[in-house]
Ligand binder design. Structure first.
Ligand code: PFF
Length: 462
C-alpha cells in the first residue's frame, strides 16, 4: 500500500477548480440536461433544478470535498481512515464509476465519430440523420457497428487512459486548456442558436414558468440529473479533493464548481432548445437526441456543418474531462488500496471497461432494433444497456450520496466537515449552520425519497 507522500497534488487553485468543473461538466450537461428541461416543462423545471443544486448539490459536494481533503486518500481509503466500518461506501462509489465509464466511453467515442463525419462526409449524415445514427453506431442495417461500438470508443478510452497515466498533472493540464475553450465554444453556439429566426419561441419556452408542469416525475428527474451532473455520489469529488492542498478554501471551491456546472447546463439548454424550435425538429430523448435530432437541426441552419463540428468537439471535450475523473477514482483505489502499479491498473481496468462498453452498445442495438443482427448470432443481451443506466442513475449514485451525507452528518460529524472546509476557521463560512442542518436532515431524507420513489414508481426520466 502506498503512502500519501507519492500522491500527486494539483499545482494550483485554478487547476483544481477547472479539473473539478471538468469532471462535473460532461455529457450530462450538454446531452442530457436540455432534453430533460424540455420534457419537464421548461422554465419551471429550471427553477426546481436550481433550487436542488443550491440546497442539495452544494452540500453533498462539500461533504465529499471535505472527506477527501481531510484524508488525502482515494474514496475507500478516505472513508476507512475516518471510520473503518464505512469504507464500503467508498467501494460502492468506485463500482458505480466503473459501471458509468463503460457506457460513458461509448458515447464519448460517438462524439469523435461525429467530429470526423462532420469534417469529411457530412452529406451522408444529413441524408438521413436517424438512419445514420442507428446504422453506424448501433448496427441497425445488420452489419456489425465496428466504428460505433469498437473503434471510436476505443480511441476515446485510450485517450482517457493516456491522460490519466500522467496523474494529476495530466488532468490539470487537459482541464486548463479544454475548459476555457469549451466555455467560449458554448457561448458562441448559444448566441448562434438564439439568433436563428424562430428561436424566440424556444427562448420563451425556457423562460416561461408554469408550476403546474412540476410533478413528482419532474422533481425526481431534477434530483437525479443534479447528482449525475455534479459528479456526486461516487467518490470522484472526494478523490479530486484528496489531491488538494490543505490551504485551499473548500467553501468557495464548492460554490465555484457548482456554479460553473450549472451555467454550462443552462447555456446548453439555451443553445439546444431555441435551435430545436427554430428548425421545427421534434426533439427525441435518450441516445438519439445528441446525434440524430441535432443532426437535423444543424442541417437546417446556415453554416450547419461548421456549427455541428464545433458542437461535437464541445461534446467530446466535455466528455473527456469527465471520463478522466471517473477513471481516476477507480485507479486511485487500485493503486492505493490494492497496491497495483498505476500502469498495470490502467491497462487492466481499461480492457474490462472496453469489453463491457462494447456489450453496452451492442445491447442497445438489440433493444432498439429487436436484435436485428444479434439474433443471427444467437447471442442476446436483452436488458443489459438499460440495466446499467438504471442501476447507476436511479440506485447507485443516489445511494452513494445518501450514505455519504449520513456519514458526514452523523458519523464523522458536520463540525469536523466545517473545520476542514474552512481550513480550521481560516476561511469564512457564514452558511455553516444551514450546511449542518441540510447535511444531517434534508439531504438524507430527500435523497432517500428519490431512491424509494424511483424504484417504487419507476418514474424519473433518465
Ligand atoms: N458529471 C458528468 C456529466 O455531467 O456528464 C458525469 C459524471 C462524472 C458522473 C463523474 C459522475 C462522476 F463521478
Amino acid at each position: 500500500m502506498s503512502t500519501t507522500e507519492n500522491r500527486g497534488q494539483f499545482g494550483s487553485k485554478l487547476g483544481f477548480i477547472l479539473s473539478a468543473a471538468g469532471s462535473a461538466v460532461g455529457l450530462g450537461n450538454i446531452w442530457k440536461f436540455p432534453g430533460k428541461a424540455y420534457f419537464c416543462g421548461g422554465g419551471a423545471f429550471l427553477i426546481v433544478y436550481l433550487i436542488i443544486v443550491a440546497l442539495i448539490g452544494t452540500t453533498v459536494m462539500m461533504a465529499e470535498f471535505t472527506v477527501g481533503r481531510k484524508t488525502h486518500k482515494n474514496a475507500v481509503g478516505a472513508m476507512r481512515e475516518l471510520n473503518s466500518k464505512w469504507s464500503w461506501v467508498g467501494g460502492l462509489g468506485v463500482l458505480t464509476g466503473f459501471i458509468i465509464l463503460c457506457y460513458y466511453c461509448q458515447v464519448g467515442g460517438w462524439a469523435i465519430k461525429y467530429i470526423v463525419a462532420y469534417i469529411t462526409d457530412v452529406q451522408t449524415v444529413w441524408a438521413d440523420p436517424t438512419a445514420y445514427f442507428l446504422n453506424n453506431l448501433l448496427g441497425a442495417d445488420g452489419t456489425f457497428p465496428v466504428q460505433g461500438a469498437v473503434i471510436y470508443p476505443f480511441i476515446f478510452l485510450a485517450l482517457t487512459a493516456y491522460i490519466i497515466s500522467h496523474g494529476t498533472a495530466g488532468i490539470e493540464k487537459m482541464s486548463t486548456i479544454l475548459m476555457p475553450v469549451l466555455f467560449i465554444m458554448l457561448i458562441g453556439l448559444m448566441i448562434r442558436a438564439c439568433t436563428l429566426p424562430g428561436a424566440d419561441e424556444g427562448l420563451a419556452y425556457m423562460l416561461h414558468v408554469d408550476f403546474s408542469t412540476i410533478n413528482g416525475v419532474a422533481i425526481l428527474t431534477a434530483l437525479g440529473q443534479a447528482f449525475f451532473s455534479l459528479s456526486l455520489g461516487m467518490g470522484v469529488m472526494m478523490t479530486y479533493a484528496s489531491y488538494l492542498s490543505n490551504e485551499d478554501n473548500l467553501v468557495s471551491n464548492t460554490a465555484i464548481v457548482c456554479t460553473l456546472d450549472t451555467m454550462v447546463a443552462l447555456f446548453a439548454g439555451f443553445m439546444i432548445i431555441p435551435a430545436v424550435f427554430a428548425t421545427g425538429i421534434a426533439p427525441g430523448m435518450g441516445g438519439g437526441f445528441g446525434f440524430a435530432t441535432l443532426a437535423g437541426v444543424f442541417m437546417a441552419i446556415p453554416g450547419g456543418q461548421f456549427v455541428g463540428m464545433l458542437f461535437y468537439f464541445l461534446l467530446f471535450f466535455a466528455a473527456i474531462t469527465s471520463s478522466t475523473s471517473i477513471l481516476e477514482g477507480t485507479i486511485a483505489f487500485l493503486v492505493e488500496e490494492k497496491g497495483v502499479a498505476r500502469k498495470k491498473a490502467l491497462v487492466v481496468t481499461s480492457v474490462i471497461i472496453f469489453i463491457v462498453g462494447v456489450l453496452y452498445t451492442l445491447s442497445q442495438a438489440h433493444m432498439n432494433l429487436k436484435g436485428i443482427w444479434l439474433s443471427g448470432s444467437g447471442v442476446t443481451f436483452p436488458i443489459f444497456g438499460d440495466f446499467l443506466e438504471y442501476l447507476t442513475d436511479r440506485l447507485l449514485l443516489p445511494a452513494g450520496a445518501f450514505f455519504t451525507t449520513l456519514f458526514v452528518g452523523w458519523v464523522w460529524g458536520t463540525e469536523n466537515s466545517i473545520q476542514e472546509a474552512t481550513s480550521n476557521g481560516k476561511f469564512k463560512f457564514s452558511l455553516a449552520p444551514i450546511y449542518k442542518v441540510i447535511v444531517k436532515f434534508l439531504d438524507p431524507i430527500a435523497i432517500g425519497a428519490i431512491i424509494v420513489a424511483g424504484m417504487v414508481f419507476d418514474m424519473a426520466i433518465s
